[in-house]
Write a new protein. Structure first.
Length: 370
């Protein structure tokens, strides 16, 4: 989305003129913010539901108490029928109420900050101008001449669906409609009984400025949705919280984006106290920055030889380290060893020399009687 100009195609599929790229299509793309805001906004269409407050309690039941070898759950009164004596009221009982019955005063809706909603909408618009994100979302844009696809204002005057289909075929956008048709299938679950029997993928979003019949012409085409440029909705720009919706823009609607969202130099005309979000980094391609000549010429050369960290060993436990620090340690250690074994060494030498000491006589010299 960094191109300065975008081609405008006529209703015949030919390039007629070009318009400058709106600044909002260069806004920062924030998938986390889009997902968060979409989750909150999607909850605001829910209808409150709850079970009946009388459900499970529309019977006369009372516990039998203790002493009858049965559980103390309330039991249906009376006799003459299978129902009498059956447990009631409890969530574990047949015909009883559910656990924690649902109430209609649940917090159904969610609030979102206005600036967050605007930021998310700007991010979704910027993502719709990147072919990679549009294709990743599943849209068939292989034959589209250009993304974003901008067409002349003559489409706003189309009143027949057949003419709308012919126009989509001329600009090679009908392939996305065929994808929607082939994806139509029965909904799983009870929604089949509730007037939403089928599900299908999303198709193009046609954005217009003035409704001169375009809504009635396009609304019956499968998957096509329409939006007025001043009332763009995140739920339509990023269905499911997934950015990259394929948009078909009217020329006047495309030009009006700058006045709605403003530019980096000019504030918005229609939104009070709003400035277009800026990127934290003017160049977010980090590998390109790191590998650029300016950065590579300023950094030190890469180290070719890896320096291994030395393992510190305890000299008191490791003899080799001790000898490296103190070569005299071996002699000291040997002397200590010999001194500790001196007595054992002497006994060993005596045995080898076969020296036996005579036992000393007890007492002194014998003296005669007086």
């Amino acid at each position: 989305a960094a191109r300065p100009l975008v081609n405008v195609f006529s209703d015949q599929g030919e390039v007629s003129t070009s318009v400058p790229m709106p600044a909002v299509l260069k806004a920062p793309i924030r998938p986390d913010l889009v997902q968060f805001v979409h989750t909150n906004m999607a909850k605001n269409k829910r209808q409150p539901y709850a079970v009946s407050t009388k459900a499970g309690h529309q019977t006369s039941a009372e516990s039998w108490g203790t002493g009858r070898a049965v559980a103390r759950i309330p039991r249906v009164r009376g006799g003459g029928t299978h129902r009498s004596g059956q447990a009631a009221y409890g969530n574990m009982c047949r015909g009883g109420r559910m656990f924690a019955p649902t109430r209609v005063w649940r917090r159904w809706t969610r609030k979102s900050n206005l600036n967050q909603r605007r930021f998310a909408c700007a991010s979704a618009l910027a993502a719709s101008s990147l072919p990679a994100l549009v294709m990743a979302r599943g849209h068939r844009i292989d034959n589209i001449p250009e993304v974003p696809l901008v067409v002349s204002d003559s489409i706003e005057s189309i009143t027949k669906t057949s003419a709308a289909v012919a126009f989509l075929k001329r600009v090679n956008a009908f392939q996305d409609i065929e994808k929607v048709k082939s994806s139509r299938k029965l909904r799983t679950g009870k929604g089949k009984m509730r007037n939403r029997r089928y599900v299908q993928r999303r198709g193009p979003l046609v954005v217009y400025n003035a409704d001169n019949g375009i809504v009635k012409a396009f609304r019956n085409i499968p998957g096509v949705e329409l939006a007025q440029v001043s009332r763009l909705n995140l739920l339509a720009l990023a269905p499911g919280g997934h950015m990259g919706r394929f948009c078909v823009w009217g020329e006047s609607a495309f030009k009006k984006l700058d006045s709605i969202f403003g530019t980096l130099r000019k504030a918005s005309d229609e939104k009070s106290n709003y400035s277009l979000p800026r990127s934290i980094m003017t160049m977010s391609d980090l590998p390109r920055i790191i590998n650029s000549d300016e950065v590579q010429n300023s950094i030190r050369p890469a180290k070719t030889k890896a320096k291994r960290a030395d393992v510190k060993k305890n000299p008191l436990k490791n003899v080799k380290v001790m000898l490296r620090l103190n070569p005299h340690a071996a002699a000291v250690k040997r002397q200590a060893y010999l001194a500790s074994n001196k007595k054992a060494r002497e006994e060993l030498l005596e045995k080898k020399r076969k020296i036996t000491k005579k036992p000393a006589k007890k007492g002194g010299k014998k003296t005669g009687k007086k």
